[in-house]
Design a protein around this ligand. Structure first.
Ligand SMILES: [Zn+2]
Length: 467
């Protein structure tokens, strides 16, 4: 199957130019002009549209289970497709008593393979750092998992990691080029503040942000960086939200340390005031780290422009609002019982385009870099994230003139709310190709279950590039 995308403006991390894209099978065969149309099966007119690489969302949760309830899974990944995201990277918890690779392979068989509608990769989450599991870490590289994550937060939960586990992961991971990622919040500080607030009767959703203020994240971020420095290993800080954490990251980068980080769309677009919304709406915005006072947002945009943070993810996590309210707002419940996470995989790109690019906070080139190109490099997805010959034909034809409103009605995430409800949207993906196959046409999903496949990542990703 050969497809010709004609006359669009190609967006790269460096520039933009009008050209045609010739797709042959699953790959981009050439970018240029004057390609003959004979032998081409399909022509897509992209005049007046942008042609950019499919989004890569390096931080999603399709397998998270909380108090027996599981988030919406890979059966809702058509939401990614219509939002222009063609690859997601899912965090998979190691199952107690099982190895890292075994846990991932089982999860893939039961929950992703044959179901996913966009391509995917995995970050193993080490939850059980026994000696055999530490010894298994170097083997992740060959199995196609070049990253792994540990949770510094959530003291008392099975997935909480202490400093010893992180040190071991950093040292063992370095042997074969594994990038260690951390959720950086001080679990003890959060635990202390949570108990104190509940004892004082401060149990509403708003107190979620009071229980985990910026210093909690600043402390853990700087500690994680010191642990990595001691181990002589790179480190990647997921969902950075505040000045305090950024300060630690900037200082480390100025010292020449291989320290990298991302932020998420909701930290750029919402502040903590939404946690106090009436009628239990605050529960919709309970995610960790918590939303911050408004002054942190401008600093996060600056961090993206300056390269201190190199990606914007969704941290997508599809629990129903009904369920969040039920667990967190009943008799004897508190903010600490509300399942964490906000669904936003569908509108990650639309929201950052509308409120980032259209409002002049970032350039179109930066958009491509943080939404697609860097996430591919961070995770060893060497065939993804660029509209150029030889890359996978994961392509978004983006209509910049569309105007609409985001909300649950147009959302395929399968969740009963959208954090972006009622917010205006400028531009949208009109046509989306996944490895050469059109999966979105006229902004409607037209693909099939199982179109997406597992893409193994190569080790020694971006975090190792200057080592
Ligand atoms: Zn997350």
């Amino acid at each position: 199957m050969r497809t010709l995308i004609k006359g669009g403006t190609i967006l790269t991390t460096e520039n933009e130019f009008v050209a045609d894209v010739l797709v042959d099978g699953e790959k981009i065969a050439a970018v240029g002009t004057g390609f003959p149309e004979d032998g081409v099966d399909k022509v897509i007119d992209a005049k007046g549209k942008y042609v950019m690489p499919g989004g890569i969302d390096q931080h999603v949760h399709y397998s998270f289970v909380y108090k027996g309830s599981k988030v919406r899974g890979f059966e809702t990944t058509n939401a990614c497709a219509v939002g222009g995201t063609t690859t997601v990277i899912e965090f998979v918890n190691q199952v107690k008593g099982k190895g890292l690779i075994e846990s991932l392979e089982e999860y893939n068989k039961t929950d992703a393979e044959g179901i996913a509608m966009v391509d995917y990769a995995f970050h193993p989450v080490m939850t059980d750092p026994r000696p055999e599991v530490i010894e298994e870490i170097p083997k992740l590289a060959e199995a196609g998992y070049p990253t792994m994550k540990l949770f510094m937060a959530y003291k008392g939960q099975f997935f909480h990691a202490d400093d010893e586990a992180i040190i071991n992961a950093l040292i063992k991971g370095k042997e074969t080029g594994i990038t260690v990622m951390v959720h950086a919040e001080n679990g003890d500080m959060v635990d202390f503040l949570t108990k104190k607030l509940i004892a004082e009767g401060k149990t509403g959703a708003y107190y979620h942000c009071v229980s985990r203020p910026p210093i909690v994240e600043g402390e853990a971020t700087s500690r994680a960086i010191y642990l990595a420095e001691m181990a002589g290993a790179p480190i990647y800080i997921v969902h950075v939200t505040c000045k305090e954490a950024l300060q630690a990251i900037k200082e480390a980068q100025q010292k020449g340390l291989p320290v990298y980080g991302e932020t998420c769309a909701h930290y750029l677009l919402f502040d903590e005031s939404v946690l106090a919304l009436p009628n239990e709406e605050g529960a919709k915005f309970v995610c960790s780290p918590a939303l911050r006072p408004k002054e942190h947002q401008e600093v996060l945009w600056e961090a993206l422009r300056e390269g201190w943070l190199n990606a914007v993810s969704s941290d997508h996590c599809g629990f129903d609002w009904e369920y969040q309210k039920h667990l967190g707002m009943g008799e004897g419940c508190s903010f600490a019982d509300i399942p964490n996470g906000a669904p936003s995989v569908q509108n990650r790109m639309n929201a950052i385009w509308t409120y980032g690019v259209c409002e002049g906070k970032i350039s179109k080139q930066k958009f491509v870099e943080i939404m697609s190109y860097n996430p591919a490099r961070n995770n060893g997805l060497t065939s993804k994230g660029c509209v150029a010959a030889g890359f996978d034909a994961d392509i978004v034809v983006f209509d910049p003139d569309y105007e609409g409103v985001m909300g649950v009605e147009s959302c395929l995430e399968g969740v009963d709310y959208s954090v972006y409800e009622g917010m205006k949207q400028k531009g949208r993906p009109e046509t989306v190709l996944l490895r050469g196959k059109v999966i979105v046409e006229d902004a409607k999903y037209v693909g099939e279950k199982g179109d997406g496949k597992f893409i193994p990542g190569a080790p020694y990703c971006k975090a190792y590039e200057n080592m």
